[in-house]
Design a binder for this molecule. Structure first.
Ligand code: NDP
Ligand code: TDO
Ligand code: MG
Length: 281
């Protein structure tokens, strides 16, 4: 049995859609109480645990770093310890925001980490705690997650297009939009090998091809047939509480080498998301 932390989030929804998993929502396991999360693992007959819950409000985390750090670092570290004690694998998701965004080369898994914001620091602390727990684990660093559920850039753009015919969007941050469905499929595919000791550790899994947020917005409006004029602006002209990395390109070689898994094409994923949203209307 695969035990999932998170029930309503983007990746959690896709895990439940793709497999028979037991998903624990906030009511059943609150990550602000790490010991209770570890107890839920000990009380279960899980053969694998996937943590799909996190504090993901990047700007709000600047004011709530302590809470973000409990949820994104203490909770998954404690979960990983419980999994290690039980001898089962722990799968977790991290972010491009552990990097400082310098340069324009794709980030390798062992490149220097230097988060620019509180969310990134909390996620990095989670990676480190999981690695120190001593069990079998995989951490998938991903970026710019999108789906038909929850909050994400696709849904924000579609919402704005209902009231705006022109938008200015940052064009000097480059990365890979990643469909939550592809992240879920990858986690489910690597769970058994990770448990068997084949592979493990850090992986990068970000969508291809790389784009700016502005070009991503343009593709969303093109596929959704929305008539919105998009103008590129510099990140410094779109002030937000949290600084964001300029270069979020993730090099996914290690996942291909260990499992034959390629970076997903987000344009195909976007088409599926739009048809899901259309079907739900
Ligand atoms: N979204 C993105 O662009 C990116 C996400 N990631 C990482 O991917 C993973 C999945 O992200 P995504 O699916 O987008 O997340 P979402 O923001 O869609 O969902 C977050 C989930 O975490 C749950 N959660 C938050 N706080 C708590 C808490 N205290 N106790 C229990 N559950 C809680 C939420 O539950 P509730 O509905 O009750 O609030 C929700 O189910 C995370 O680890 C994230 O850091 C990495 C890169 C990019
Ligand atoms: C709505 C809007 C956003 N933007 C910019 C701001 C920002 O640089 C970019 C994306 O906005 P978001 O709020 O979606 O960005 P953000 O919430 O920072 O997205 C991040 O979330 C966390 C959880 C991650 O781990 C990252 O991989 C990344 O996906 O678009 C505009 O330029 N114009 C706009 O009208
Ligand atoms: Mg966001």
């Amino acid at each position: 049995m695969i035990l999932v932390f998170g029930k309503t989030g983007q990746v959690a929804c896709e895990l439940q859609r793709q497999a028979e998993v037991v998903a624990l929502g906030r009511d059943a396991a609150d990550l602000s109480e790490p010991a209770a999360c570890a107890q839920a693992i000990r009380d279960s007959d899980a053969t694998c645990v996937i943590n799909a819950a996190a504090y993901t409000a990047v700007d709000r985390a600047e004011d709530e770093e302590a809470l973000a750090t409990v949820i994104n670092a203490a909770a998954p570290s404690t979960m990983a310890q419980a999994c290690a004690a039980k001898g089962i694998p722990f799968l977790h998701i991290s972010t491009d925001y552990v990097f400082d965004g310098s340069g324009d080369a794709p980030w390798q898994v062992d490149d220097r980490v230097a988060p620019l914001n509180a969310y990134g620091r909390s996620k990095l602390a989670g990676e480190q705690g999981i690695a120190q727990a001593g069990g079998r684990y995989a951490i998938l660093r991903t970026s710019w997650v999108v789906s038909s559920h929850g909050n994400n850039f696709v849904k924000t753009m579609l919402r704005l297009s209902q009231t705006r015919d022109a938008l200015t969007i940052v064009d000097d941050q480059i990365g890979g939009p990643t469909p939550a469905a592809d992240i879920a499929a990858t986690l489910l595919r690597i769970a058994a090998p990770i448990g068997a000791g084949q592979g493990g550790g850090l992986y990068h899994y970000g969508g291809a091809p790389w784009v700016s947020w502005k070009d991503f917005a343009c593709e969303i409006f093109a596929q959704a047939h929305r008539d919105v004029t998009v103008t590129g602006i510099a990140n410094q002209d779109y002030p937000t509480p949290a600084a964001r990395p300029r270069n979020s390109r993730l090099d996914c070689t290690r996942l291909r080498q260990d499992f034959g898994i390629e970076a997903p094409d987000w344009r195909a994923g976007l088409a599926r998301i739009l048809s899901d949203l259309e079907a739900a209307r």
